[in-house]
Design a protein around this ligand. Sequence first.
Ligand code: NAD
Length: 476
Amino acid sequence: MQMRVGGKEISSADERWIPVINPATGEVIDQVPEGTLHEVDEAVSAAQAAFDSWGKKTVRERGMILHRAAGNVREQHQELARLLTMEQGKPLRDAVDEIRGFANILEFFAGISGAMNGDFIALGSLGDALVKREPIGVCGAIIPWNMPAIIMGWKVAPALLAGNTLVFKPSSSAPLTCLSLASLLELSGLPPGVLNVVTGKGEVVGEGIARHPAVRKLSFTGERATGYRIQELARSQLKDLSLELGGSDPMIVWKDADIGKAVSGVIKGRFYNAGQTCTAVKRLYVHHDIAKEFVVRLKNKVEAIRVGNGLDPGSDMGPLSGKPQLDNVISFVNTVEKKGQGTILTGGNVMTGGTHGKGFFYAPTLVTDTTPECILLQQEVFGPVLPVVPVNDLETAIAKANSTPYGLGASIWTNDLSVVHEVFSSVAAGMVWVNRHLTIPPEIPFGGVKESGIGRENGISAYHSYTRTKSLLLNW
Ligand code: NAD
């Protein structure tokens, strides 16, 4: 597939290509241009040229285009989901949910469009004020490979609704769904140049967007280290930055929890998308009184997870999204074993041969008897590996939950309101779930604290973050 700039398909100035590999088979399924700074400049110019007329449309006119696009995405969800599974690996039914999730996000923002007015403020003897919300201009968006459609929706929908134009960079390992969605948005009436997609390497295209002086706001989702690099690149410019970074979400299961529901919550919370979700359950703390029974029931369920090609309807969990991700998980588990930081209760191995062929599959893994230094409790593991730690009291559970540099999400499993209250007020996180984990509805602001980032996706506040207020004071 080609890049999309100014409403046209273009290739790279130096005619180099990046292969897109199906992680379930190791086979090349397509290729995208390895973009250069030349294409970044072209995309910024196209976005600048499109800004004037796009920014002058009413919010509702822009919302209607998003609404039409949502309908077209829903019509084509099967083809889009198949493409997503083939480039990223998640089971087809989860890919269908993700594509529908993209449509949901467009619909949410289209739905609020008629109500996005400015403010009128009566100031008595000072007169009256009008506060208008204007778009910022050309914005940049850079996203990872793990949930490309959803994360694209989080950025594209509020940015475009607010009247900005965009230079968007998908990850090189999962660019195809994003390119197809961009083309569908244009077929739904988005004018050329409003959304430009440049493919290529992070160090070239990503840095080119982050450095570009005409890009007034940049919204990034990805690793913490990349977020720091982007902040450094943008430091010499007055660029508005939103950084959605990594997470190491704790799940706390209290002694009164419904064990069956909580076990199912872990299966979805940790093993959905082969563990490659920013808000996956990355550390599990279970009350001592129920820990033994909990671990036995969890182990049974984990061992029943069917790992295979996402296109096979019998698969519950697909491969890791690529070799670097697989190598990363292997290295974490090796460290645990070599340093005696825990016991591998189940899993702990690469899955090859048979139906797993040359894909990048890793077995769902539970680690118990962890030492306090265990690397799985300190760092973000982007894969299907879960440390399970018993805790005796709430104070300890909360202290452990807060013991990493991250603060993205957290969940508490209980029916005791005082426990919910204590966790909600004391755990450092942008989102706390009660008796669930992972769900991120477009209505709710989402983002991290501490090293998990700055800024928020979703909700009306995301729309506001893509606008600037302009005030008019009327002295009658
Ligand atoms: P990554 O930081 O390696 O890459 C993300 C994007 O940044 C890619 O498009 C990449 O090409 C680009 N990039 C890489 N180096 C760059 C540079 N120097 N300058 C500009 N752009 C650059 O992250 P990843 O491995 O693709 O994604 C996994 C990470 O994303 C995990 O840490 C995960 O927790 C995080 N994540 C966070 C959220 C959230 O909302 N907080 C959501 C999903 C994933």
